[in-house]
Design a protein around this ligand. Structure first.
Ligand code: GRG
Length: 292
């Protein structure tokens, strides 16, 4: 396996173990709620955001154990957003992470509550982490709350734009909020826990902003080029919902060129860091070339 493959599988293993401890067991009352939470969390997501917390934190010299609660917290917020995004009132989807969506497997009310409680559990995970100082906790919680709110703003802007002709600048604003904010805060959190300086944090932010944009561009490309089976979620949905996407603006070839350009910008941001950043370059590479 490649270095990145090994890193992903190591991170997935330790983050899943931490999530297993942080999320109440499926027997905890009300059992239906925690069964639903576990159904969606342990469904085989890529764990890209927690990997980013760990990769940046470790590049800046943080002890892995100090990164785990935050890595789990970003995954919990991400999973809550997926559960709510799939609801009939939003995307109305029946497939996520290769299995039935939460509201299909359980019911709509339970899926809403599963998302709600995941958001609360995320903040609790950081609050209860004895390895982090109070000062670090407050900073992490403030940044995470801000990014989770921006994600919701982005989702609303996205819904507002459906079926309308929107400008490229508006599309970018939607993505910076809906997808970019949580990716950015994942990388920044790793650096904050490692007590990086402001200049270093700025470089990490530049890298992560480009990475977030790259993630969205490749997500748009996969939606039109990949099958539902490979994605584990319904393919071709953007087109059917008449969503503004990069391929809709530029066509597939130009969108691929844009992805290459944004990839180079993400990697260039790493040049300002005198840290071992090889894994961060590999992550950008992985996002550029991902197949799902
Ligand atoms: C409902 C509050 C609320 C927000 C929804 C995340 C999101 C915001 C919507 C998901 C819809 C979507 C396709 C967004 C674009 C990119 C994205 C976040 C894809 C899913 O993330 P992955 O590919 O998923 O990391 P896995 O399952 O691997 O974790």
């Amino acid at each position: 396996m490649s270095d990145l493959g090994n890193f992903f599988s190591h991170c997935t293993k330790i983050v899943d173990a931490e999530l297993g401890k942080l999320i109440p067991s499926a027997k905890t009352e009300p059992a239906r709620l925690y069964e639903a939470v576990r159904w969606s969390v342990f469904a085989g997501g890529k764990r890209f955001r927690p990997v980013l917390v760990l990769a940046v934190g470790k590049a800046f010299g943080a002890d892995e154990r100090k990164l785990l609660s935050t890595a789990s917290a970003v995954e919990m917020i991400h999973t809550y957003s997926l559960i709510h995004d799939d609801l009939p009132a939003m995307d109305n989807d029946d497939l996520r992470r290769g299995r039935a969506t939460c509201h299909v497997k359980f019911d709509e009310a339970t899926a809403i509550l599963a998302g709600d409680v995941l958001q609360t559990l995320a903040f609790q995970a950081i609050v209860n982490d004895a390895l982090l100082s109070d000062k670090t906790k407050v900073r992490l919680i403030a940044e995470l709350a801000d990014s989770a709110a921006r994600m919701v703003d982005g989702q609303q802007l996205d819904l507002d734009g459906e079926g309308k002709k929107i400008a490229l600048a508006d599309l970018e604003k939607i993505h910076q909020n809906k997808t970019g904010a949580m990716i950015c805060v994942s990388a920044r959190s790793g650096a904050i826990i490692a007590e990086a300086g402001e200049n270093e944090l700025n470089a990490v932010t530049n890298y992560a902003s480009k990475l977030g944009l790259l993630f969205q561009i490749t997500d748009d490309l996969l939606d039109v080029t990949q099958t539902t089976e490979v994605l584990g979620k319904t393919a071709g949905k953007d087109l059917r919902a008449e969503k503004a996407t990069y391929p809709a603006f530029y066509g597939i070839e130009e969108t691929r060129n844009l992805a290459e350009k944004v990839y180079r910008e993400a990697v260039a941001a790493l040049n300002n860091l005198e840290k071992p950043t090889a894994i961060l370059r590999e992550i950008a590479d992985f996002i550029l070339n991902r197949k799902a």
